[in-house]
Design a protein around this ligand. Structure first.
Ligand code: 5GP
Length: 192
């Protein structure tokens, strides 16, 4: 049976990962998107089991202690983690699994599963990223500055990934991601 593939998509807050990912999944419904567990409160419109599994801190800690998470990290005061069982099951079945996670989690995955394909999404420039974060008008000035600081750290780690894609134009960025995913190489197959 064909072995599955694990794909990690990372990039700073505001870079447009969510939009890219939604378009990628529309083009390739055969890709399996892992649903993360988080202690953050749901945003308006978010659905438990669809966007995230929303859990309490003690439920999350229990999952960490019983090794139910493939990776986990704290981001902006909340915990986020990837449920292990669903991902391993999908890969065993030969499916391609996408994790949309931040840098610390990506590093844990690269350590434990080095054959993972790591894709880093870059903004066209830091000033463009700042404009996008401000344009969302979702966050306080303090939160924007914190996210920008974090974005600088994440961007400086971009070379830890197999490919970097500049999100200057949605279709072009998608084409580049597709080219990396469907390139005829064995390098990105993974066994769990
Ligand atoms: P948000 O709160 O905006 O949905 O997500 C905040 C950050 O957490 C984003 O960078 C997102 O990629 C990351 N994230 C979401 N799920 C996970 C996860 O399971 N593990 C890790 N390490 N990061 C995650």
């Amino acid at each position: 049976m064909a072995r599955g593939k694990l794909i990690v998509l990372t990039g700073p807050s505001g870079v447009g990962k969510g939009t890219l990912l939604r378009s990628l999944l529309r083009r390739h419904p055969e890709l399996y998107l892992s649903i993360s567990v988080t202690t953050r409160a749901p945003r308006p419109g978010e659905v438990h089991g669809q966007n995230y599994y929303f859990v309490t801190r003690s439920e999350f800690e229990q999952m960490v202690m019983s090794h139910q998470l493939l990776e986990w990290a704290e981001f902006a005061g909340n915990y986020y983690g990837t449920p292990r069982q669903a991902v391993e099951e999908q890969i065993r079945q030969g499916n391609w699994v996408v994790l949309e996670i931040e840098l610390q989690g990506a590093r844990q995955i690269f350590q434990s599963l080095p054959d993972t394909l790591g894709i880093f999404i870059l903004p066209p420039s830091m000033s463009e990223l700042e404009q996008r974060l401000r344009g969302r008008a979702q966050d306080s000035e303090e939160a924007i500055l914190r996210r920008l600081e974090r974005a600088k750290t994440e961007v400086s780690a971009a070379d830890e990934f197999d490919i970097c894609v500049i999100n200057d134009d949605l279709d072009r960025a998608l084409d580049r991601i597709e080219a990396a995913l469907f390139a005829p190489t064995e390098a990105a197959t993974v066994a769990v």
